[in-house]
Design a protein around this ligand. Structure first.
Ligand code: ADE
Ligand code: ZN
Length: 330
């Protein structure tokens, strides 16, 4: 069975650090990890909520020291993503999580960007880079990092907002997003993952984002669902992530089918695939039989990702043609 060609719009590059690579990078950099081996590290991958995951996610980043480390992590993702059917990827990174450890912006940005620069020729995957800001840190810090990214002419297409959601509403970052819009950057934000539907309203109306990451809690607000459906706002949904972080009880309880039924513009993404049990193809492999997704519905999900991507019209047409070819070959 041929793999569904799709775009991945919700991926944190630091969330692709597989345990084996964490150990290899620790070894290379002379860092002692607080785990005996890969298996002992894997045993930590049981989360009770978003924060319990974030604690491990940030702590594992200690192994990323050099440009080469960031490039190796990125290439490992691209290799796996190619097998998963990813044909275009919009990749978030968390610069503040590296700056706070004494790693320069140039090291992390150039490391990831150097691998992305060869992605089309090496993997056939077109890519874009997005700088995400940590919403549980002060907005002033995010603004300072944004200014530094702009000053160094960093190869980013946009900005996002991630990390611990509850208690950190989008409106806290109004000034940062105003500056990003002014600089011509695309704007996206995590909202409605653990946080309430009000955060989705704010991300749309205050931050004026063009995409919502997750957004699953929109289903609690009928007026919001109607608006998102009418405006076809992209919602980059991550089913495995929502189960692992206990935003939903089980995959069978995931709102994805109901979101599709309501005509929402949803796509399937992996978020932090090394931590949540798999990549986009793994998500589809479980979702398909569980919800009895038809080929038409799979096509719809892939087309949604492509029409929501920050690509040229020409690239969008190419990607849609690949999806159509997949469909006609079924
Ligand atoms: N950073 C990495 N993954 C995240 C997620 N699922 N939600 C918020 N911040 C994140
Ligand atoms: Zn995310």
């Amino acid at each position: 069975m041929s793999v569904l060609p799709t775009a991945e719009l919700h991926l944190h590059i630091e969330g692709t650090l597989e345990p084996e690579l964490i150990f290899a990078l620790a070894d290379r950099n002379g860092i002692e990890l607080p785990y005996a081996d890969v298996e002992a590290l894997r045993l930590q991958y049981r989360f009770t909520d978003l924060q319990s995951f974030l604690d491990l996610y940030y702590s594992n980043m200690a192994v990323l020291r050099t440009e080469r480390d960031f490039a190796d992590m990125t290439r490992a993702y691209l290799t796996r993503a190619a097998a998963a059917g990813i044909r275009h990827a919009e990749i978030m990174m968390d610069p503040q999580a590296h700056l706070s450890r004494g790693i320069s912006l140039a090291t992390c940005v150039n490391g990831v960007a150097s691998a992305l620069a060869h992605s089309e020729e090496e993997f056939g995957i077109s890519t874009e880079l997005i700088s995400a800001f940590l919403r549980d840190e002060p907005a002033e810090e995010a603004l300072a990092v944004l200014e530094e990214l702009l000053a160094m002419n960093a190869p980013i297409i946009g900005i996002g907002l991630d990390s611990a959601e509850v208690g950190h509403p989008p409106s806290k970052f109004t000034g940062v997003f105003e500056r990003a819009h002014e600089a011509g950057l695309k704007c996206i934000a995590h909202a409605g993952e653990e946080g309430p539907p009000e955060y989705i309203w704010e991300a749309l109306d205050v931050l004026k984002v063009s995409r919502i990451d997750h957004g699953i809690r929109c289903m609690e607000d009928e007026e919001l669902v109607e608006r998102l459906a009418a405006e076809q706002t992209p919602l980059t949904v991550c089913p495995f992530s929502n189960v692992r972080l206990r935003a939903v009880d089980t995959l069978a309880d995931h709102p994805l089918p109901r979101m599709l039924e309501r005509g929402l513009n949803v796509s399937v993404n992996s978020d932090d695939p090394a931590y949540f049990g798999g990549y986009v193809d793994d998500n589809f492999a479980e979702l398909r039989p569980l919800f009895g997704l038809t080929d038409n519905q799979l096509r719809q999900l892939a087309e949604n990702s492509v029409r929501s991507a920050f690509v040229t019209d020409a690239r969008r047409r190419e990607l849609l043609a690949e999806i159509a070819a997949w469909h006609s070959g079924r």
